[in-house]
Design a protein. Structure first.
Length: 244
């Protein structure tokens, strides 16, 4: 009987130790920004790089003295999700690329902007903006952001802004939600300035919807549109008659 008790205790101890190992193997890593703004420098992280085997989620806290990580080169994919914490941000510049499982803003408080001014951000699962009802914007002024699913909780002011040569790409299954968010100014172009609109393209990239910012025709051009169109049409017809 005593022998059985010993076996039971040993088994429980083994299970507890194994569970502890699993937890530690998937412990979150935290941005500290203590050395530089370089995402790829392990010295800027507490717990190791987000791409390290066995790493958990990457938590971007406001670092000191470097408040947000900057990605200017291709970095290894994160093992877990990426959370932009309260007061924190993220910047991806030309030449930079990041692949992550999900990217979450506005989870515990208002996040600062995720700024994509070049390069690429690839999200294999969800881009969750303002997930818990706090602010958490993304600005795509250049480069490309690709996500399998998009969700925008506008309660705290979260939104997506597209400008310049920036583009957002998602499967066409997101189209109805995307149209709703555009209609309700949760997805805007040119920071919402007059003269800009979001172009919704469902034909150039098979199975996907591509969002870009395009300038709207000015009132003066619209007024002249009929006459210009007639002139162009006449010109084309004239050119065609010369070919005969």
């Amino acid at each position: 009987m005593k022998k059985n008790h010993k076996i039971a205790i040993l088994t429980l101890t083994t299970v507890a130790a194994f569970s502890s190992m699993l937890e530690s193997a998937h412990a979150a890593v935290y941005w500290s920004g203590s050395v530089s703004s370089d995402w790829a420098d392990a010295s800027n992280w507490s717990g190791g790089l987000p791409s390290t085997s066995g790493a958990g989620d990457a938590i971007i806290n406001p670092g000191s003295p470097n408040a947000k990580p900057v990605i200017s080169t291709a970095v290894a994919a994160t093992v877990g999700q990426t959370y932009i914490s309260t007061g924190a941000g993220l910047q991806i510049t030309a030449g930079g690329s990041l692949t992550t499982v999900s990217l979450v803003t506005g989870q515990w408080g208002n996040s600062n902007v995720v700024d994509v001014s070049g390069g690429s951000l690839t999200i294999s699962s969800h881009l969750l903006l303002g997930n818990a009802g706090y602010d958490g914007k993304i600005n795509i002024s250049a480069g490309t952001v690709t996500a399998n699913n998009l969700s925008i909780n506008v309660t705290g002011g979260a939104k997506m802004n597209i400008g310049g040569s920036g583009a957002f790409i998602a499967p066409v299954s997101n189209l109805n939600n995307i149209n709703y968010w555009i209609a309700n100014n949760a997805i805007i172009a040119g920071n919402g300035a007059s003269g800009w609109s979001v172009n919704v393209d469902t034909t150039s990239n098979m199975g996907n919807v591509v969002l870009t910012a395009v300038p709207e025709p000015s009132v003066s051009l619209l007024a002249l549109g009929t006459g210009v169109g007639c002139c162009l049409l006449r010109s084309r017809r004239k050119s065609a008659s010369y070919q005969h």
